[in-house]
Design a protein around this ligand. Sequence first.
Ligand code: OKP
Ligand code: ZN
Length: 347
Amino acid sequence: MQIFHNPVHDKHAGRQEMFRGKLVPCHETPARLEYVLDALRQRGIGELRAPSAPDMDVIKRVHTPRYVDFLASAWQDWVALDPANADIDILPSVWPVRGFRHDIEPTNFAARVGLFSFDSGCPLTAGTWEAATAGAACAIDAARAVTTAGGPRAAMALTRPPGHHAGADFFGGYCFLNNAALAAQALRDAGAARVAILDVDYHHGNGTQSIFYERGDVLTVSIHGDPTTEYPFFLGYADEHGEGAGLGANLNLPLPAGTDFATWTQALQQGLAAIQAFKAEAVVIALGVDTYEGDPISKFKLKSVDYLEVGRALASLGLPTVFTMEGGYAVADVGINVANVLEGYGG
Ligand code: OKP
Ligand code: ZN
């Protein structure tokens, strides 16, 4: 297993997120990744690699060039409004919902932030662009590694910020660039005719679903808390099957809050069966470990030992595999749980 780790992930360090009318400390912190690195080093799992320069061409085929340009200059634009902004993170505050125009881009900065985002819990900081693009490079490199002759069977993009909530032209849910989608696109570009993305994060991978919703070459499967009560609320229901060429290539497996491993693993088997039926030639695992019983913002009941079993089940696909790091906020246990998945997978 090759581990492409983002050496500049800590440049993205939001101070506060909006929650129920208050600014509260961010859950998605740099420490999360350090715990994973420590656990992998301690157990001797994986070979660490630094990423190459980000391939902007791949990034601009998954994300719209307009969104990529927005992200690249957002911080400079924000500070240009007022030099005092250099000490304040960007949080969106206004969005073009139903009935507003989406075919115009106002010049007002707050309006542009709203046009390219969907929630106020996702601060964009001075180092977000640098961290997110280096993370995207990890995902693309991991995909290229597993499709190189003589390369490893599996590779991981060990990065943050996470990616699965980011769509073609929006950020939100702590995500800016969709690393799992970028890995899938890079696998397609490397010759895999059909690619599956299996998202096991507690939250529905709405960004990934929307990016591939009308494509038949990438199957998207997500196992997650029922969006009737769980974030991101407005997507992730069982009746979303894809559209056009993508009809039948999206599978949502929502489960109620309180779900334990015995039930969760049945959904996993259903997801794996769908990937086999699709005849995927490679798979991307959007690996969130916020399904853990100790997670502070999620409501499933998986135990640390269960992640070994998850890894074994994923390995049973027998496919070239890219893992991308998504959620998991019980910070001190994130390392144990991710290392257990990789150990169960076979190291
Ligand atoms: C990102 B990933 C909790 C608010 C939660 C957003 C959750 C994003 C999860 N107070 N808001 O899927 O783990
Ligand atoms: Zn999550």
